[in-house]
Design a protein around this ligand. Sequence first.
Ligand code: XMP
Length: 305
Amino acid sequence: MVNTEKFIQKSIAEIKAAAGDDKVVMALSGGVDSSVCAALAARAIGDNLFPIYIDTGLMRKGETERIRTLFGNIHLQIVDAGDEFLVSLKGIDDPEAKRMAIGERFIRVFEREAKKVGAKCLLQGTIYPDRIESEGGIKSHHNVGGMPLHMEFTKVIEPIRDLYKDEVREVAGALGLPKEIQHRMPFPGPGLAVRIIGEITKEKVDIIREANWIVEDELVEKYRPWQCFAALIGLGTGVKGDNRIHGWIVAIRAVNSRDGMTADPLDIPFEHLVRIGSRITADIPRVARVVYDITAKPPATIEYE
Ligand code: XMP
């Protein structure tokens, strides 16, 4: 980062110039990227900014309530689109197709909401690594390559498109955003969908949401990893009580990283891992097996799809 203050002034001026007198909608997820964008845009265009939180049904446990509390002081539109997303994802098991379906649904919901307020511009919290990975053909981040070609927005503004995550956090600090936002773990735009291998169903989402919550509860405070979560990676055999069951396999992923481009698995004491595994299988009866992912990035990615 060259100069945080300079960046802030420059991007406020750029947003002002790009938006003119138009109304601008943006997705505010409550993560550091979108929160920084919202703070910059609010300074640039004030009441012409219309932040929208879309509850995709693929968010973490308690997320919508958290957003309500954190942003209770600004006019934030909360849209419950969980059912719509499930319908859009039905029958799709290819990772790229899933991302595209999610990206498309996102934009459609936005367009609908934007129409209601008469907004022509879309503001997005795309950061530099999102662009690199999408342009490099690694995968389509939902807010980049997953964007439908035919959008009704006349303009897309991406104020932090050249920043790495650690730089975004610096800007968040300089803007005075709450520490909880500044240091929050990254959470992918497609949400829990990229933590479920294969087709998305409500049952799988409910299971992985609960498992994610347990993993975060066990690891975030204690180790402060770059990222930690649970993923649903398949079905296997297990025993519960006297019965052999067909149960879900949950992978725990916890990594340290500087910018998300490379990552190393977190060194968690074995007894703690075993405790987390027991807690997950006890609290979520449909889970039969828990594994710890010990792969670095590369060759693995951080997320599962
Ligand atoms: P991967 O899985 O590519 O993740 O090693 C690198 C970082 O990017 C996040 N990620 C995403 N963020 N849309 C996002 O907004 C996406 O489609 C997406 N996929 C991965 C991931 O959580 C990690 O921090």
